[in-house]
Design a binder for this molecule. Sequence first.
Ligand code: AMP
Length: 145
Amino acid sequence: MSLDGTYDDGNIFAKILRGEMPCARVFEDDHVLAFMDVFPQARGHTLVIPKRSQARNLLEEEPQNLTGLILGVQRVAKAVRAALQPEGLVITQFNGAPAGQTVFHLHVHIIPRWEGQAMGRHASGGMADMDELKRLAEQIAAKIS
Ligand code: AMP
């Protein structure tokens, strides 16, 4: 799916938002939901998505939703740091399939990095153990401030 198209409310993140699909939830406020990526590129890979949005990508998002989104990203990123003590953090998002996007509800990746540890490839790793993801989600949630 390129940058042109229409929002499909059957996408996996829309289902998670409606409670139709499970997730390892980290944090939620009025603006965002944060949960663990099930195909993590590193331990602690977390996703932050806007809750009241029908934007497939950053370009489509209503400007008034962006503040809540980026504040949520920063808050969760600080909690990931506090919980897992990474030496770096990749914070990224993809717009359109040719750019690497695979789920078409706007989202931001928070990926912890450690010196000398390679980051897994995007959208091509193995599925993580759900119990382990829930433990990580609890660790990160405990550091939300
Ligand atoms: P993107 O490729 O930027 O659209 O990112 C989508 C991300 O969602 C990928 O990193 C996937 O591993 C992740 N993902 C796909 N399905 C799920 C799911 N059910 N729960 C959590 N993460 C998911």
